[in-house]
Design a protein around this ligand. Structure first.
Ligand SMILES: [Ca+2]
Ligand SMILES: [Ca+2]
Length: 483
């Protein structure tokens, strides 16, 4: 019985409209309902002790959806000044539309302060029914009494009330939870079945052969990940966007039923499954910077002739982008965040994130372990192909990966969490400043990681720094995203 769904109260809101009010609303509801019954979104979950537990119980099911409507809810626009609500990809619209379609979900508009309830004709067809639902006003001035009315309403809601009845407040021990759930019939729970998890599954990205065995979650627009997700889950927010792998730092038992994250620095994040490709990078329309250093250290004259389109060797669309500096990468991220409606969510990985993801729980960044001759199964390294005809520079690995320069991304086996080419192919820019510079947007040196096709990988892969405004034809990047 403990696996049966709970009836949740889901709070739908627009960040730019009512993030603060939604947060306060969630906090207050958690005083009257079991905290885990109230779901805001993944960003609201404390990355500390209980987040994995919380995620597992996440937005699997809900009985009530509260639609928080503030002054900017109706007219909020994207960067191209198009009204968000008019886009079928707008996740607030999708949440509401899906909730309204389900007769077992109580949808309650929560209108903030002096905001007017929108007129039906101002709303897209699929959410017009929202205006026929009983709305409640939530005002700063009468906040407590307004909340009390809402709590009363929710308690009368069969799904929510049944779940809350007799439930202890605060974290619920597993045993107690199972006992409480067992008092309710399976049929009863079925009636309050999932509402929003369907949003996630409805937009499933087509499975690709390389993804077999993984759960792929599509999150259109700036939609947060609602499903209880886990390390290794993959999502992609737009056709040109990088595929992302979810990484949830593990939670370890510390005795007495307490849990804590194994790495207190890391919050759940997502990281590119592959290095960013040329096709993905050029989709952003970023300016192409002229001048690019070669791994072999060529003349300055030759260096000036190179750029990302002509790095000094043949590349196709699915090769990693190279010859890009930090400023150009930032332009790419500006585009990617705008393209997905994410507010500064996409960025370079931090050093801690990158190494955590590259090690994939194995304690070693080399997926091939200690058997160097197996490196060519997992990575484009300085192999016998690259070393051919260079007696003064023997191969770093006694195997053949078939590539002298960069290889198309994803040609080699992934690491344990499904990431390709973390080691080798092209080295990857990270967000951390290098050479002891304090962390800032504008530091002169950045850490790069993973080594590249022309290097032994062993010694320099971890702590190498590169000049932030230098372009190299062996340095690219992969993206990270806040969750
Ligand atoms: Ca190679
Ligand atoms: Ca790499």
């Amino acid at each position: 019985m403990s696996a049966k769904p709970q009836s949740r109260i889901f709070i739908s809101y627009r960040r730019e409209d009512s993030e603060h009010a939604a947060g306060r609303l969630a906090a207050d509801l958690r005083k009257d309902f079991p905290p885990q019954q109230v779901f805001l979104d993944i960003a609201s979950i404390d990355p500390g002790a209980d987040f994995v537990l919380a995620l597992k119980r996440g937005l699997a099911d809900c009985a009530a959806v509260l639609v928080v409507i503030g002054p900017r809810w109706l007219a909020a626009t994207d960067d191209k000044r198009r009204r968000r609500l008019d886009s079928p990809d707008d996740w607030v619209r999708q949440e509401i539309a899906e909730s309204l379609r389900r007769p077992d979900v109580q949808v309650v508009p929560i209108v903030l302060d002096s905001t007017a309830m929108p007129n039906a004709e101002d709303l897209p067809e699929d959410i017009r029914a929202l205006t026929r639902r009983q709305a409640l006003t939530l005002t700063s001035r009468h906040w407590s009494s307004d909340i009390a009315r809402l709590v009363e309403l929710l308690r009368r809601s069969p799904g929510v009330g049944a779940s809350a009845e007799g439930a202890p407040r605060g974290p619920v021990p597993e045993g107690a939870k199972a006992g409480r759930l067992s008092r309710v019939s399976a049929t009863h729970w079925g009636l309050f079945g999932a509402a929003l998890v369907i949003l996630v599954t409805a937009g499933l990205v087509a499975f690709r052969p390389s993804l077999i065995g993984m759960r792929t979650v599509a999150i259109p627009g700036a939609k947060p990940l609602y499903a209880p997700y886990k390390t290794g889950d993959v999502f992609q927010e737009c056709v040109d966007c990088p595929e992302m792998v979810v990484i949830v730092p593990e939670v370890v038992e510390t005795g007495g039923g307490m849990r804590k994250s194994s790495d207190p620095i890391l919050k759940p994040f997502a990281i590119g499954k592959y290095e960013v490709t040329r096709a993905q990078y050029y989709a952003a329309g970023v300016n192409i910077g002229q001048g690019c250093w070669d791994a072999a250290g060529d003349s300055r004259e030759k260096m000036r002739e190179r750029n990302s389109k002509a790095p000094g060797f043949e590349q196709t669309d699915d090769h990693p982008i190279v010859c890009v500096d930090i400023g150009e990468i930032r332009s790419y991220f500006a585009w990617l965040n705008s393209r997905t409606g994410a507010v500064r969510a996409y960025r370079l990985p931090s050093e801690a994130e990158w190494f955590h993801a590259a090690m994939a729980g194995t304690g070693d960044v080399d997926p091939w372990g200690d058997v160097g001759a197996r490196a060519c199964e997992y990575a484009n390294v300085y192999d016998s192909t690259a070393a051919a005809g260079k007696p003064d520079r023997p191969a770093a690995y006694e195997c053949s990966d078939g590539y002298v320069f960069s290889a198309p991304v994803g040609r080699f086996k992934p690491n344990a969490w499904g990431l390709h080419d973390t080691m080798g192919n092209v080295e990857e820019w990270l967000e951390d400043c290098g050479r002891g510079e304090p962390q800032s947007e504008s530091c002169n040196f950045r850490v790069v990681a993973g080594g590249h096709y022309r290097e032994a990988l062993k010694d320099s892969r971890r702590y190498l720094s590169e000049s932030s405004n230098g372009r190299k034809n062996y340095t690219g990047f992969r993206v990270a995203r806040f969750l």
